[in-house]
Design a protein around this ligand. Structure first.
Ligand code: XCC
Length: 653
């Protein structure tokens, strides 16, 4: 039998001690007092988790199984070995994440089409982005017809989502650095489209399909490029076309933004199209009158997860928390309604909502929740969008009157942040990419790291995100952030210009001169492309190849299947990954390290696959590899060493 792993999993006590946001602690204790269950309670009940599953050594890809690899049974029933099983599991996780971003991109692109054809009452605010794409894609458009241009761009993006015959991705051709394209061509990993690569990965991994793990690894890289250019770039750029490119602005964040005597509405999910409309409706005289009628003093809108990040970046709408804080937010008893779109809305949200009479409104047909009110947005039937958004707004306000308001507990803390760091905003504030290149070369800023991703109950909540980031900025490394990690860093005050005090001398000086924080919140997870484009631009300005630059992708608390593609996207560009426990790769688990000689080799999961991604093979092919380190202090150390090594290789002191 495999050794028990639960000894490594943090219990509630450890979470209470280490989690950096005092509001989290207060709410965890408050919910325990009220005897309301949350994900930490369920996590405890799941211990010990399956050792085979933890190592990706369990195969469930047919109905002969499930099979698992043991010292006695070295192969599954069909004959698959551990390498093929592990690689297939990782590949399937990556394309599941791809499918999620694909659906997000699809909704936003169809919304542009509806807007441009005049069928939806939606704006096209990102004029600059439309013309940039027209030029980069070489489209033939008349300069005085924005709608026609947006329509043409949208159809190209749509093609990248779904093309089934061989042709390289248009967005990859338009945005990827030339030296990278050459490497991908040589490796044969250029993708056809988002949809095609998902289907091919599923096809390869089904019973009796591909059992050569190396070919599946090639499909992993190909799928990651589809993920990056066909779904992340498309979602991010399409959203900018509709709603504009964010600019820097001050905001307040954290649970304390909720107000007991206001209607508190949380917006949650990823695709911000419907909620943009709802925001518009919340400002109408009709809704304001309703607020007055239900006896509230006003409306507080707060954001969660990536929809929250989008609205924070664009409008400075306060964010509250991330995926693992969603039950805690409702645990305040102050939330009247949560309007959700797609992804990362956990079922536990509705369970806590029912304890307080909070109204949950679902707006995406893919994300239904039993017992929630469903008012769907369909970009192919956008005629009812205004009416539906008004109805959503009305329901959210009316919930205030119905709810029991005796159990409200709002932790007082709020934090200031300077947000809205689109690529353009960063370049403008620095005075261009050449300035950033100079600061890097002379060593005033030692490197650039993006610290991103989800949360996982397998490490003390938000502790890794905040600890690593603090250490990096102390070491003069400028950090960008998105997604759930950004909520941790925002609430910890690291996105406040005042956090310059926590930075090393070089970074501190730069932050003070430019009035920026040492951690730049660039948006939702699809906006990792903003960081990627920043990396491309700065590398080009220094004249160094991407793979030699002092850059890092850091995902300390991976949770969702979507995180696999994020990391591998950066990897394909020659940017090494630093992943916390439990990474998507089967690496020796902490409890096993000391005992590594006394346990069966298989305890590592698939050795060959691990060696490929975390060893020198991939480094040789792509110039980057995956490091896994669950302990945040050690992870920060490893990242700083990596940055140093990269600088040495360039002859930068
Ligand atoms: Fe979801 Fe995007 Fe992960 Fe957070 S970070 S858990 S994917 S909300 Ni994107």
């Amino acid at each position: 039998p495999y050794p028990q792993l639960n000894a490594e999993m943090p219990g509630k006590e450890e979470v209470l001690t280490l989690t950096p946001n005092p509001a989290t602690r207060d709410l965890l204790e408050h919910m325990a007092d009220l005897k309301i269950e949350n994900l930490w309670d369920r996590f405890e009940k799941q211990q010990p988790q399956c050792g085979y599953g933890l190592r990706n050594l369990c195969c469930r890809m047919c109905q002969w199984g499930p099979c698992r690899i043991t010292a006695k049974a070295r192969r599954g029933i069909c004959g698959r070995d551990e390498n093929a099983i592990v690689m297939a599991n990782i590949l399937r996780a990556l394309v599941a994440g791809l499918a999620a971003h694909w659906r997000h991109a699809h909704e936003v692109i169809l919304s542009i089409i509806a807007a441009a054809e005049g069928r939806a009452n939606l704006p096209i605010k990102g004029e600059t982005r439309v013309w940039e794409l027209v030029d980069k894609l070489g489209l033939n458009c008349s300069r005085d017809n924005l709608k026609e241009a947006a329509l043409k761009v949208a159809f190209v993006l749509l093609e990248d989502l779904g093309r089934l015959t061989w042709q390289p991705l248009r967005l990859l051709e338009a945005y990827a650095p030339e030296d990278r394209k050459e490497i991908w061509r040589r490796l044969g990993v250029l993708p056809r489209s988002g949809a095609y690569e998902v289907l091919e990965a599923l096809h390869m991994t089904t019973l009796g399909g591909c059992t050569d793990w190396k070919e599946m690894a090639v499909q992993e890289l190909r799928s990651a490029l589809a993920y990056c250019y066909a779904t992340l770039f498309t979602s991010s750029l399409a959203t900018e076309i509709l709603f504009g490119i964010p600019e820097p602005k001050l905001a307040r964040v954290n649970y304390g933004v909720l107000k007991a005597d206001h209607v508190n509405i949380l917006l949650h999910g990823h695709s911000p199209v419907m909620v943009e409309k709802v925001l518009e409706k919340l400002n109408t005289p009709e809704i304001k009158e309703l607020v007055h009628k239900v006896g509230a003093k006003g409306i507080v809108v707060g954001g969660m997860c990536c929809t929250g990040d989008e609205l924070l970046a664009r409008y400075g709408i306060p964010t509250v928390t991330n995926i693992m804080g969603q039950e805690l937010a409702l645990g305040t008893g102050a939330v009247d309604a949560v309007i959700v779109d797609m992804q990362c809305v956990i079922p536990g949200l509705k369970i806590v909502a029912d304890c307080f009479g909070t109204q949950i409104i679902t707006t995406c047909p893919s994300n239904r929740i039993p017992g929630a009110v469903h008012i769907p947005f369909d970009p192919e039937r956008p005629e009812t969008l205004d009416k539906d958004a008004l109805q959503v707004a009305r329901l959210a306000i009316e919930a205030y009157a119905r709810r029991d308001r005796n159990k409200i507990f709002i932790p007082s803390s709020t934090t200031q942040a300077l947000v809205g760091w689109s690529l353009e905003a960063i370049l403008e504030r620095f005075g261009g990419e050449d300035k950033i290149a100079r600061l890097l070369k002379e060593g005033t800023i030692k490197g650039l790291a993006t610290v991103v991703g989800c949360n996982t109950p397998k490490v003390p909540y938000e502790h890794s995100h905040v600890t690593i980031t603090r250490k990096l900025i102390e070491g003069d490394i400028l950090v960008t952030t998105t997604g759930c990690c950004s909520h941790a860093l925002l609430n910890a005050g690291l996105c406040d210009p005042e956090a310059a005090n926590l930075a090393g001398p070089g970074l501190k000086r730069v932050c003070r001169e430019l009035g920026i924080p040492p951690v730049l919140a660039v948006g939702g997870c699809v906006d990792n492309t903003r960081t990627l484009r920043l990396f491309f631009t700065v590398a080009q300005a220094t004249g160094a190849p991407l793979a030699q630059m002092p850059l890092a992708f850091v995902g300390p608390e991976p949770g969702n299947e979507k995180t696999v593609g994020q990391g591998v996207s950066f990897l394909t560009h020659g940017i090494s990954n630093f992943i916390g426990f439990p990474g998507p790769l089967p690496v020796p688990l902490p409890s096993l390290r000391e005992e590594a000689t006394s346990i069966d080799d298989l305890d590592r999961g698939s050795t060959e696959v691990t060696d490929f991604f975390a060893g020198e093979d991939l480094k040789e092919l792509l110039g980057a590899k995956i490091f896994t380190e669950p302990y945040p202090e050690l992870a920060a150390q490893a990242i700083k060493m990596h940055i140093k090594r990269q600088r040495w290789s360039l002859g930068w002191k």
